[in-house]
Design a protein around this ligand. Structure first.
Ligand code: ARG
Length: 461
């Protein structure tokens, strides 16, 4: 037997440590199903164009399908000596079908082959992640529907600002997830292009039909330039960018959940099914799930940066550096999927909002101060003047340990004669929220409309 994978130009095998260093089989075995599917389309194209016979193509396809069955049954486990999944499949195929197996690689290179595999892989994963984004949205929507009139303090600078409908707060994340879903749809367009038939870099001397194999694989089109086709990883970078934004959104929500679960906020209770204890402090209940999501965000950002750096110095066309794309893509996919799943479970069954605490929180602060200023402004007092007057009221109230709702009508009128008895209704938390009925605001009417819109969008997507 030949000492090496390579042509007879080579006389001796790789140094064992270099063989290990060079091999990608340890991780690219994940691509095997896509590699088989891509090879089947290639074999069919070779027969379609008369480059091989129909009988030969049938033998190749049957052999490739047998490998699929063997792999699924756990009986095909190629080792490091195979270098990568592409060689492993080709060798096994030749064992199964004999010499005809050696025809499969006609008019093809591992460069267009691996490009085809990762696009098929990523296409399938993007579709799954988009489904997960929809489940995440529907849990948020359910919670929003149940909490339209639950109030929660709203913050800017993490200081109490204006009270909100809890539904409005949750719906903000529905919007982010919607953009994430759309963004992935856009990435899909540029992922679903076939490089198959670009060959090593320059195309091929055989009369292949790239559009035929592309349509067998449900690609939307083919790369127009063979050099670009084998060396483009823009789609993978775009994917990691979209994945990073998903992680940004999950991480912000995680941070809020962690804060809300603290004694200081006390807005939610974490259930036992999604929290952990301490090995020493018996009283502890820790928010490990959102903490892990927040932590894993760094991995995905890292993969994005890693792939950008891999690409920036590569001369055309294929370079082995590109083998390093796979672990970044795989781990990016795995991490985003795991985090979306965990967050969806956490929201669905791992936490409860403490509505009495929330109601008390919004009733016991100065987050209705803007509404007092708005009240005066609506009566004709210039807003800036009203703003200063209310600032004074806040200062004096703070000094005597009162809230705005505790001021007597006489005290209000002393501040400005325009105050009437309806000021108390105007600054009650529920009214404060209801009144912000501008488009996209937290007013209950706006939020229930936003929920209806989001629900129907989700059903039609
Ligand atoms: N394992 C390789 C990769 O992942 C496959 C392509 C190898 N091509 C080559 N010319 N060495 O990129």
């Amino acid at each position: 037997t030949k000492p090496t994978t390579w042509s007879d130009r080579f006389e001796s095998a790789l140094h064992p440590a270099i063989a290990v260093f060079n091999a990608s089989i340890g991780f690219d075995i994940q691509l095997i199903e896509y590699d088989l599917t891509g090879s089947i389309a290639h074999a069919k194209m070779l027969a379609h164009t008369g480059i091989i016979t129909n009988v030969e193509a049938q033998q190749l396809v049957a052999g490739l399908e047998q490998i699929r069955q063997e792999y699924r049954a756990g009986k095909f486990q190629p080792g490091i000596e195979q270098e990568d999944v592409h060689f492993a499949v080709e060798r096994r195929l030749t064992e199964i079908v004999g010499d005809v197996g050696k025809k499969l690689h006609t008019a093809r290179s591992r460069n267009d082959q691996v490009g085809t595999d990762i696009r098929l892989y990523l296409r399938a994963e993007i579709e799954q992640i988009r489904k997960q984004l929809q489940s995440f949205q529907s849990i948020l929507l359910q919670k929003a529907e149940h909490n339209l009139e639950t109030l929660i303090p709203g913050y800017t600078h993490l200081q109490r600002a204006q009270p909100l409908s809890l539904a409005h707060h949750l719906m903000a994340y529905v919007q982010m997830a919607q953009r994430d879903w759309e963004r992935l749809g856009d990435v899909l367009k540029r992922t679903n292009i076939s490089p198959l038939g670009c060959g090593a870099l320059a195309g091929t001397t055989f009369p292949i039909d790239r559009h035929y194999s592309a349509s067998l694989l449900n690609f939307d089109g083919v790369y127009e330039n063979s050099l670009d086709g084998v060396s483009d990883r823009d789609f993978a970078i775009e994917f990691l960018c979209a994945a990073s934004l998903i992680m940004v959104h999950l991480s912000r929500l995680s941070e809020e959940i962690i804060l809300w679960a603290s004694e200081e906020f006390g807005f939610i209770t974490l259930k036992d099914n999604c929290s952990t204890g301490s090995s020493i402090m018996p009283q502890k209940k820790n928010p490990d799930v959102p903490e892990l999501i927040r932590g894993k965000t760094g991995r995905v950002f890292g993969h994005l940066q890693g792939l950008l750096v891999i690409m920036k110095g590569l001369p055309l066309a294929y370079n082995k550096d590109l083998q390093e794309d796979k672990e970044a893509i795989f781990d990016g996919v795995t991490t985003v999927k795991a985090c979306l799943e965990a967050m969806t479970i956490l929201l669905a069954e791992g936490l409860e909002f403490r509505t009495p605490r929330l109601a008390a929180a919004v009733a016991e602060d100065f987050s209705n101060a803007t509404d007092v200023a708005d009240y005066l402004a609506a009566k004709g007092v210039p807003f800036r003047e009203a703003y200063n007057l209310v600032g004074k009221a806040v200062k004096t109230s703070l000094a005597v340990g009162k809230l705005l709702k505790d001021l007597t009508l006489a005290e209000w009128q002393q501040l400005h004669p325009a105050f009437e008895a309806d000021i108390y209704d105007a600054i009650a938390p529920k009214q404060v929220v209801a009144a912000r009925n501008s488009y996209g605001g937290t007013g209950f009417q706006q939020v229930s409309q936003a929920i209806v819109t989001a629900k129907s969008r989700l059903q039609n997507n």
